[in-house]
Write a protein that binds this ligand. Structure first.
Ligand code: NDP
Length: 247
């Protein structure tokens, strides 16, 4: 019931971290996968090669999520090259921290454009292409619901915006049999949030119930479940995978 053979997926920000793990996991279950990236052409090429070794089709698209036209184009490109689109995973995201009062307009714009506007625009481009059984899965953050420390105010707010977006879109697409969900990671060991020697590593670890960081594969497991036929009755849902950080 978690087989994805014959499905076509686009994962934004699939060159590294959580997105790369999601792309790999979807392909492992049989999907052909397109990924976007901003700068890491080499990493993106490695992800593509790894997926092709599994016998699936894969390709990488350079597309800055802050660029509205590039986002729209990447969805059309993915559908064209894969011969359709069944699954959109809005994963690309950036973190900019510091006291909110001092945050620059550039940082505010970047956060809104990449973390909020890009999932909106990618979904808008994908909706007409998705068949019955289609999936839109967005990667939020456990910070969308609880903010236990200062310095992440604007980032957390961009992730909260994805909750209403997901709920409303689930209502709009339910009649077409398309599900829309958000997956909220807690601390996951990536370049964005390294488990070792990061400024916040120890604090993040202490805030979990399990006492340790998660791995990108832990988020990919939830995404592949929601993407699969087994996840068909879950929509408008918020799936927190945070090691108990928000418990
Ligand atoms: P990383 O920084 O490790 O990887 C980010 C990925 O997104 C890369 O593939 C990067 O591409 C891509 N990306 C970043 N900015 C852009 C852009 N402007 N246009 C296109 N692609 C872009 O992040 P994570 O894997 O840790 O995070 C993935 C998602 O999970 C994000 O939405 C993040 O907010 C969320 N999250 C992560 C948590 C964590 O603890 N790691 C916790 C909660 C949520 P490139 O390689 O080209 O730079």
């Amino acid at each position: 019931a978690t087989d994805l053979t014959g499905k076509h997926a686009l994962v934004t920000g699939g060159s590294r971290g959580i997105g790369a793990a999601i792309a790999w996991a979807l392909a492992e279950r049989g999907a052909d996968v397109a990924i976007t990236y901003e700068r890491s052409a080499d990493h993106a090429a490695e992800v593509v090669t790894a997926i092709e070794k599994q016998g699936r089709r894969a390709f990488a698209i350079q597309a800055d999520s802050a660029d509205a036209a590039a986002v729209k184009r990447s969805v059309a490109n993915a559908a064209e090259h894969l011969n359709g689109l069944d699954i959109l995973v809005n994963n690309a995201g950036i973190a900019r921290g510091g006291d909110f009062v001092d945050m620059s307009l550039d940082d505010i714009d970047a956060l809104l454009n990449v973390n909020v506007r890009a999932p909106w625009l990618a979904s808008q481009a994908a909706i007409p292409l998705l068949p019955e059984g289609g999936r839109i899965i967005t990667i939020g953050s456990c910070l969308a619901e609880r903010v236990a420390v200062g310095g992440v105010t604007a980032y957390s707010a961009t992730k909260s915006a994805l909750l209403s977006f997901t709920r409303g879109l689930a209502r709009e697409l339910g009649p077409r049999g398309i599900t829309v969900n958000v997956v909220q990671p807690g601390p996951i060991d990536t370049d964005m949030n390294p488990a070792d020697n990061g400024d916040f590593s120890e604090m993040n670890r202490r805030m979990t119930a399990l006492g340790h960081y998660g791995k990108p594969a832990d988020i990919a497991a939830m995404v592949t479940f929601l993407a699969s036929p087994a996840g068909r009755f879950a929509t408008g849902g918020v799936f927190t995978v945070d090691g108990g950080t928000n418990a």
